[in-house]
Design a protein around this ligand. Structure first.
Ligand code: GRF
Length: 205
């Protein structure tokens, strides 16, 4: 029997794209079971887009400013992503909250990685907020996106220690190392085995 076609990933980025790179690297192995078929961004000139281009992956940019309303942007982003027929859409450092149209199209298969142990420290500054609070353990959370801010059903979490001499940068970097490994591992599991979500509980058989 021939292997099934790899699952199709569309990855959304806004910055350096190191999580994207980890997915690109993992998908070079056919046994991984997934392939990045497109990379979308909300801005030009970011390393994430360069990484996609270097890997020969098509890219698109939908900047909120390019549309008259946020709703128009949401519809355009959903349409662009739909063109690539994704099995899973991965927000990897994508700094925009998608709207109702995007969620109607992909809400059952849109995941995000956040650099804090949710439900603590949602939002833009997870490591900074964790440091300021004085927690001893920080980490990253992979979850299905819902209409809230970092509130959706949790797929996996990984913890790292907070050290006494940590700065926002050192903690952010320590989290990112664990976060990338978790993302690659869990995306592979999701596409190879599928998943269910019941009462917020994500199960991967
Ligand atoms: C990740 O740590 C993510 O949790 C946060 O932004 C970072 C993205 O990094 N929201 P990169 O662009 O994948 O390098």
């Amino acid at each position: 029997m021939t292997d099934p076609a790899p699952a199709r990933l569309v990855v959304l980025v806004s910055g350096s794209g190191s999580n994207l790179q980890a997915l690109l690297d993992a998908s070079a192995d056919p046994a991984y079971g997934a392939q990045v078929v497109a990379v979308g961004a909300d801005r030009d000139g970011i390393a994430g887009l360069d990484r996609a281009a270097a890997a020969g992956v098509p890219t698109f940019v939908d900047s909120v400013k390019a549309y008259e309303t946020r709703d128009d942007w949401d519809a355009a982003l959903a349409a662009h992503v739909a063109e690539f027929k994704p099995d899973l859409v991965v927000s990897a450092g994508f700094l925009k909250l998608v709207g109702p149209q995007f969620l109607a199209a992909f809400g059952d298969r849109y995941i995000n990685t956040h650099n804090a142990l949710l439900p603590a420290f949602p939002g833009m500054h997870g490591p900074r907020d964790a440091l300021a609070y004085g927690v001893k353990i920080a980490g990253a959370t992979l979850f299905f996106v819902d209409a809230g801010v970092d509130t959706g059903p949790i797929i996996a979490q990984v913890a790292v220690p907070v050290l006494d001499d940590d700065t926002e940068d050192t903690l952010t970097e320590r989290i990112k190392v664990a976060e990338r490994a978790q993302l690659v591992d869990q995306v592979g599991r999701l596409v190879r085995a599928g998943w269910t979500i019941k009462n917020r509980k994500v199960r991967i058989p």
